[in-house]
Design a protein around this ligand. Structure first.
Ligand code: ATP
Length: 338
């Protein structure tokens, strides 16, 4: 595989806890802890996890919307610290974020033409008049909004969610980016039109050799849509690998839980996991493996020791003590367990 286009290297993001009570002082939300992730040209990487697991924060760190607390974001191997000014604008021209709710990301009183003109005048500064309109027509055509002039004079409220998400993809394309960070790009849309948007994103990724991060809570869609999948739990990545392997031969009990709670009819049946709890507080995350309070297979060491990354096969990794060479017996299986 070639070198990654964009990567997070051992990245941590803590948000201070704000509140009226003094006991909040100095405490932080561990939104992302020591996460590494690589995005490659022409490949889609799904980042999957429950609400609050830190997926959007990681996408925003890659987009340079926040500074990291520690670790590094690298573009073509070079560290980037570009959360403001020209450096940020340069980063945005290469790395484009597509958000979940297209209605929230458009000015409701600006026509589609004027929104796209703004993007085109930033990223194609040499184009004016008809040349600028030709770029807009081309962007709309590439996102299957045809004939383009049927859409340019419309306002956001006159389009469906799916059409508007296509316009936001067209706006992102204006920058000719190397990376798309698509944060739940279809979850606010009607189920019947989700596939069309995902197929469009996949076609653009392949045709333009763009690297794509696909943030989702839907692990079944990751199998269908993404080349690689990373599973995130409570601010940490717990499993990575080719999507087919992660979804068909899931290793981490949390991944198995996600699969059990979102059945995919075409999936080879894997072990079902019963959910026995809730995601933990990220202000005081559990010691050891953060999943241990919910894990039916938890060993004693899971409560105290943070699992390292175990390499399984073919780029498949997991952070779970069950995959250590000589695991301890589960607490419930020990002869001294009462
Ligand atoms: N700006 C912020 N200030 C304080 N806490 C934040 C901030 N942004 C996110 N968090 C917290 O960080 C944690 C991770 O949130 P994040 O939005 O990244 O998760 P997520 O997996 O994307 O969830 P969702 O799918 O609901 O968007 C949550 O506990 C959230 O409340």
């Amino acid at each position: 595989m070639s070198a990654p286009v964009l990567e997070a290297v051992d990245v941590t993001k803590h948000f201070p806890v704000r509140g009226l009570l003094k006991r909040g002082a100095g405490r932080v939300v561990h939104a992302v802890d020591n996460v590494s992730l690589k995005l490659y040209a022409g490949r889609i990487t799904a980042l999957v996890g429950e609400s609050g697991s830190g997926k959007s924060t990681l996408a925003r760190l890659l987009a340079q919307l926040y500074p990291v607390t520690s670790g590094e974001i690298r573009l073509h191997g070079q560290p980037v610290r570009a959360t403001s000014g020209k450096a940020f604008r340069d980063h945005v021209s290469k790395v484009q974020l597509i958000l979940q709710d297209p209605f929230a990301s458009f000015n409701p009183v600006a026509s589609i033409a004027s929104t796209l003109k703004r993007a085109v005048s930033i990223h194609h500064a040499d184009k004016r008049g008809d040349a600028q309109l030709a770029v807009i027509d081309d962007l709309l055509t590439q996102t299957n909004l045809v004939p383009p002039r049927q859409f340019t004079e419309k306002f956001p409220h006159e389009l469906s969610g799916g059409q508007l998400q296509r316009v936001s993809i067209a706006r992102a394309l204006a920058a000719s980016p190397e990376v798309f960070l698509a944060d739940e790009p279809v979850s606010s849309l009607d189920v019947s039109i989700r596939l069309g948007i995902l197929n469009l994103l996949r076609r653009l990724t392949e045709e333009r050799e763009v690297a794509m991060l696909y943030v989702t809570h839907d692990i079944a869609s990751a199998r269908y849509f993404a080349t690689d999948t990373a599973v995130m739990y409570a601010g940490e990545i717990v499993e990575t690998g080719p999507s087919e392997t992660v979804t068909q031969q899931a290793a981490h009990p949390y991944t198995k839980l996600l699969i059990s709670s979102a059945p995919d009819p075409s999936r080879v049946d894997t072990e079902r996991i019963r959910d026995i709890g809730q995601p933990p507080s990220l202000i005081t995350p559990p010691s050891g493996c953060r999943f241990h309070p919910r894990c039916p297979f938890a060993l004693d060491r899971c409560k105290q020791e943070t699992p390292p990354t175990f390499e399984l096969a073919d780029g498949h990794t997991t952070r779970c003590w069950l995959y250590a060479d000589k695991p301890e017996p589960a607490a419930s299986e020990r002869p001294d367990a009462s």
